[in-house]
Design a protein around this ligand. Structure first.
Ligand code: FE2
Length: 194
């Protein structure tokens, strides 16, 4: 999930470029094929090879394009609690991207929304549909993946909501495609508390 998050955030980054976009989409294609498979069966060597390629591309992409708000939380939450980095990233991916999309739609950021639609086309088994259909479908797929691989909420993982305001104050949006407010950041944490 760390690798999936790194590819997604580098692709959506306000510093992304044609080179990192091409690499990120290649890595995400392998994520789509391999992530759930490898979590269900660690001896699946084809799936492990796919994840290996995705991990490599995610490192190259993040080094050149930066990351987004989920990795902002990975720093602030990771400094406070002994929760695995991939669990923080994975469990916050669905609500963080859902809030991103909501704010991008409000602000009318066509370029970032087009990229979210591209992610939906990559992850959904459908060819026909509007950009909005694929954007919403991508967010739904993030939630279903987190259920399929049984990612815990933040409380189960060891976080305490009493710290959330302090954590939000120490969270950077990094190269997220949109700046999020204190309230929006707090909402992301609260949505994945249980
Ligand atoms: Fe990471």
């Amino acid at each position: 999930m760390d690798c999936f998050t790194q590819l997604t955030e580098a692709y959506l980054s306000d510093k992304s470029n044609l080179f990192t976009d091409a690499l990120a989409l290649a890595g995400l294609t392998e994520i789509r094929k391999s992530l759930v498979r490898v979590c269900c069966d660690g001896s699946d060597s084809d799936a492990r090879s796919g994840m290996s390629f995705a991990a490599l591309t995610s490192g190259i992409c993040l080094a050149n394009s930066g990351l987004g708000v989920v990795h902002g939380f990975a720093s602030s939450l990771g400094a406070r609690y002994d929760i695995p980095h991939g669990v923080i990233c994975g469990t916050l991916m669905p609500p963080a991207n859902e809030v991103n999309v909501r704010v991008l739609r409000k602000n009318g950021n066509a370029e970032a929304l087009r990229k979210y639609a591209t992610l939906g086309r990559l992850f959904l088994d459908r060819k026909e549909g509007s950009d909005d259909f694929f954007i919403d479908g991508f967010i739904d797929r993030l939630y279903s993946i987190s259920e399929e691989i049984k990612l815990p909420g933040l409380k189960t993982a060891g976080a305490d909501e009493i710290d959330f305001e302090m954590i939000v104050k120490n969270t950077e949006c990094k190269n997220n495609p949109v700046r999020l407010s204190f309230e929006e950041l707090l909402e992301i944490l609260q949505r994945r508390y249980f």
